[in-house]
Design a protein around this ligand. Structure first.
Ligand code: G6Q
Length: 549
């Protein structure tokens, strides 16, 4: 049984109080001083695991901060909760499900039971089927309806069934088969479909309909549009069999849509949408990079799982990242967290983490149904460097908000163009340095700036960041990086005592529009019973339609 960590309100615990007092004592201490006072700081505040090196010395912390945060995590039952997750306990209590994305990357001989059944053989059976299918498509053995080989793969899905595949394809593009083109359609806006398919030959196109539930409005609508498009282009309904595959937990739904279930790749209700890239939802990724690279990605996830499970908390990467997130959110009142990858291939990584972080930690009620009286998950955002440096970094350096940042960099370039990599890396290190140490009035004046202009050019510094470094952005590293953030989010949830694995706010969106669709489309003027603002908006839309648009 997991101890219910939220029995005693978090904020009245002695350790929380100690952290509050400790925060009061160090909140005005500058990183410049912390570095002068502790010459070993850059060594002391580092950790490494699963091929990822973390320098967290540029955070507004001392050894005491880390010790207190770790103590808090222990008191909140992190170790037991972690064991419960890996064991397959139904820790998603609000949906009464196990949370076993870690089983998706477990080795073949592992035993992980849900309701008394080992799920690992089924995981590997699906992986093997995916590998077989991918190999046939990639080699050209799989032929489309007219006998042509597949050259275009279009993933249709949304949220957890979209963001991961799109992110991973971009991240691993270097490892992808350049003879295949990949497109990703999520938005129900018809423009998404039209733009993604306008230059594709239907005879060479494979659609993967990815939906855990196979009921999501956007995905079903786009899948219908895709089927009609294909049949229209190829002039034969039976073409669907060779041009559609499905990834879902809902075999009946897949069958009802008309996709042959032999082209269906299964996953399970114990895989959350935002944790599903390493399930069959990653089929497009496997098609792009091949089964071997996909398995290397899973090995990277697994490396981080092992690190998270076995490394002492104060050297444990996800624990440190998660606790630092708590530290800034609750004690410094930081409302956001920036993720700044210095790698063009990670352009969609912040968006991916945004869902992971904000769906999981965006909760205001704890698991004892109490409204929390502390800040939970921060708003996560970010863009790749160096692009961001030419826009929003201004606020990071001189704005009034405290924005903790995670920098992510790689020692090796992702392209044959090696020279720019030094420039990229110089910028990466320089930004973290600049944010931490700033520029004093004396330093600005010494540059010959007129006295009247000095205040405008001062950078206060003391802006915290983590530096994550890996050798190269390969499949294994990507897996480790994703798992790092998955487990960081887990740590946050354990401390805050919230349910990290549901998303009732997202579910709301799935039903809200249902009523209005009917009202927008009704032939006769519908009787509207919304608020006056919503009623007026519906009227305006209908009137515009009525004018023939
Ligand atoms: C993820 C969320 C959500 C979900 C999408 C798509 O954790 O639950 O983003 O992935 O709403 O749902 P389906 O895969 O069921 O279509």
């Amino acid at each position: 049984m997991i101890r219910d960590s939220a029995e005693a309100p978090l904020t009245s615990s002695a350790t929380w109080q100690a952290l509050a007092e400790h925060h009061a004592a160090i909140k005005d201490v500058h990183l410049r001083k912390l570095f002068v006072d502790d010459r070993k700081r850059a060594v002391r505040f580092t950790a490494e695991g699963a091929g990822i090196f973390l320098d967290y010395s540029k955070n507004r912390i001392t050894g005491e901060t880390v010790a207190l945060l770790v103590k808090l995590a222990e008191e909140r039952g992190l170790t037991e909760k972690r064991a419960a997750m890996f064991r397959g306990d139904k820790i998603n209590v609000t949906e009464r499900r196990a949370v076993l994305h870690t089983a998706l990357r477990a080795p073949r001989d592992a035993v992980i039971e849900v309701d008394g059944r080992n799920v690992v053989p089924a995981v590997h059976a699906v992986l093997d089927r995916m590998a077989d299918f991918s190999t046939r498509v990639r080699s050209g053995a799989w032929k489309g309806h007219t006998g042509k080989r597949i050259r275009n793969v279009v993933n249709i899905g949304i949220g957890g069934s979209h963001v991961g595949p799109e992110m991973a394809y971009l991240a691993l593009r270097r490892y992808s088969d350049r003879n295949l083109r990949f497109r990703f359609i999520a938005n129900v806006d018809g423009a998404a479909f039209t733009e993604a398919t306008q230059d594709l030959d239907a005879a060479e196109t494979l659609f993967i309909v990815s939906s855990k539930t196979f009921t999501t409005l956007e995905t079903m609508s786009n899948a219908d549009v895709a089927r009609a498009w294909l049949i229209n282009k190829l002039g034969d309904e039976s073409a669907v069999a060779k041009h559609f595959a499905a990834v879902s937990t809902n075999a009946a739904g897949v069958r009802a849509f008309g996709i042959d279930t032999s082209n269906m790749f299964e996953f399970w209700d114990w895989v959350g949408g935002r944790y599903s890239l390493d399930s069959a939802i990653g089929l497009s990724t496997m098609l792009a990079v091949g089964p071997e690279n996909f398995r290397a990605m899973l090995a990277g996830y697994y490396d981080m799982d092992v690190h998270f499970r076995t490394t002492p908390l104060d050297r444990n990467l996800p624990v440190l990242l998660g606790l630092l997130t708590v530290w800034y959110a609750d004690f410094f009142g930081a409302e956001t967290l920036a993720v700044l990858p210095y790698a063009q291939n990670l352009a969609r990584f912040p968006a991916y983490l945004q869902q992971l972080q904000m769906e999981s930690s965006g909760k205001c009620v704890d698991l004892t149904r109490r409204r929390v009286d502390y800040g939970t998950g921060p708003i996560l955002w970010g863009e790749p460097g160096t692009d961001g440096q030419h826009s929003f970094y201004q606020l990071l350096h001189q704005g009034t908000h405290l924005v903790p940042a995670d920098f992510i960099g790689f020692l090796e370039p992702m392209s044959p163009l090696a020279a720019p990599h030094d420039l990229l890396t110089a910028n990466l290190f320089a930004q973290a340095e600049g944010l931490a140490f700033g520029k004093t009035a004396e330093e600005v004046a010494a540059e010959g700036v007129e006295a009247a202009d000095v205040p405008y050019r001062v950078m206060e510094g003391n802006r915290p960041s983590n530096m994550l470094l890996a050798e190269r952005l390969d499949p294994r590293t990507l897996g480790a990086l994703i798992a790092l953030y998955e487990h960081s989010v887990f740590v946050q949830g354990a401390v805050w005592g919230i349910g990290s694995f549901d998303q009732w706010g997202v579910e709301l969106g799935k039903v809200l529009a249902e009523k209005i669709i009917g009202e927008l489309r009704a032939a006769d003027e519908p009787k509207l019973e919304h608020d006056s603002s919503t009623n007026a908006l519906i009227h305006r839309y209908r009137e515009h339609r009525a004018r023939g648009h």
